[in-house]
Design a protein around this ligand. Structure first.
Ligand code: B12
Length: 358
């Protein structure tokens, strides 16, 4: 195994892996990964582990990010994206198999890695788990969509030293907050990661969790011991976010169905073309409006309008790549502005987003 390769030397395997993903060629993708791992003997265990980590974080992870960009730009279909992800999972398994002989069987400690309730992006958490295994941790990997009560029960049963929570989709943040507070209330520290927690992990910190940008950072933090949540840990999550006292978030959550229904009616009135929409197109529009309301509620939950404007800009780009004019979002935003006119934080968030795309 060539553990002394510099970062640039992965450029070629990166291109090859990308091609294999594009052609849905699982066999070739795994061969690329095996070649990138090199040929270290089991006695060169440390080199083998280092190469495994590099392949996970610098070859497979960037390929997955590229899959996301290609889908967003409408260059690949949803089916191709699913196939590529399945192949990436197989590549991660290939790394785990190839590096297994380099694991010592003695552990520096035990941690639990899981995705928050509702989160289906399991591959990032899987990558984190495999890197920690290579760094000597015993890892209980619970995968996607773990309900909080089962997470806490598993911590109890195994005595894990820390919970590593992964989330990609920001609308799951209120649930993530509940999971963080629940784990901490039984004395277990939480390390959060993934795109949902915002730039620099700002929402993780708001929720009193530690944060790491990637698996390597997580390993460093774990080796220094995470802060014990202590007696302060037993709290209602709402206490971390005093702005929730204005009830704006609660009101949006409670009236979500009405908000979506009325916004749909307003969009139909403002967009006569919608009358010619197929049932499927109509369903997509309802889904989009539902998404808009969920992101708005989450921005209000964390008191950060930027969470909503990032989402609106992303949506506008997705629409533009599919030849749908982003201004079609304006009637939905206007409807919500009218419906929620008595809520100052909502109004300022919606107004900023509307100005961005109008
Ligand atoms: C594959 C994929 C899926 C698969 C996931 C399957 C699986 N087994 O994982 C499926 C099809 C299920 C899926 C579904 C959806 N997806 Co998707 N998906 C992706 C895609 C293409 C790749 C995800 C991935 O593996 N990334 C690679 C990893 C390596 O990157 P990463 O997440 O940043 O993780 C690193 C760090 O963040 C960190 N990290 C992550 N977790 C943790 C945890 C800890 C503790 C630590 C320390 C660190 C850490 O370490 C990782 C490794 O370095 C991304 C594109 C992208 N850019 O990520 C879209 C993407 C995330 N999806 C997106 C969307 C919109 C969705 C859906 C809402 C689509 C829909 N309308 O249904 C659903 C949501 C489902 C849900 N509720 O979870 C959007 C999100 C945009 C947004 N504004 O939020 C993205 C960005 C696509 C895009 N380009 O627009 N998706």
């Amino acid at each position: 195994m060539s553990g002394d390769k510099d970062t640039n030397s992965l450029a070629e395997p990166r291109d090859e892996l990308w091609q294999a993903l594009g052609e849905c060629d699982e066999t070739r993708a795994v061969a690329v990964v095996r070649r990138a791992l090199g040929t270290a003997e089991p006695e060169q265990a440390q080199q083998m582990r280092a190469a495994g980590e590099r392949v996970l974080l610098e070859l497979i992870a960037p390929a997955q990010e590229r899959v996301g960009l290609a889908w967003a730009a409408n260059d690949i279909t949803v089916a191709q994206e699913h196939a590529a992800t399945a192949i990436s999972e197989r590549c991660v398994a290939a790394v785990a198999d190839a590096t297994a002989p380099a694991l010592t069987g003695t552990y520096v400690g035990r941690v639990l890695v899981a995705c928050v309730d509702g989160e289906w992006h399991a591959l990032p958490a899987r990558l984190v788990s495999e890197v920690l295994r290579l760094r000597g941790w015993r890892v209980d990997y619970l995968g996607a969509h773990v309900p909080t009560e089962h997470l806490v029960a598993h911590v109890h049963r195994t005595g894990a030293q820390a919970v590593l929570l992964s989330s990609t989709i920001p609308t799951l943040l209120p649930g993530a907050h509940n999971a963080i507070a629940s784990c901490q209330s039984v004395g277990v520290p939480v390390l959060a990661g993934g795109a949902a927690f915002g730039p620099g992990g700002r929402y993780a910190r708001l929720m009193q969790a530690e944060w790491a940008k990637d698996a390597a950072d997580a390993a460093t933090l774990l080796s220094k011991n995470l802060t014990d949540p202590g007696a302060q840990a037993a709290r209602l999550p709402d206490l971390d976010l005093p702005h929730l006292g204005d009830q704006e978030y609660t009101m949006i959550r409670r009236t979500k169905l009405q908000l979506v229904k009325r916004a749909l009616a307003d969009v139909e009135a403002g967009f006569p073309e919608m009358r010619r929409y197929s049932e499927l197109q109509r369903e997509r529009t309802i889904e989009d409006i539902d998404f808009i309301v969920s992101y708005l509620a989450t921005a209000v939950y964390v008191d950060d309008p930027a969470l909503f404007t990032r989402f609106i800009t992303w949506t506008a780009d997705i629409l533009a790549a599919r030849n749908v004019p982003p201004r079609c979002l304006v009637p939905a935003l206007d409807s919500l502005l009218t419906q929620l006119k008595d809520f100052p934080r909502v109004v300022s968030t919606l107004t900023t987003a509307r100005d961005l795309i109008a």
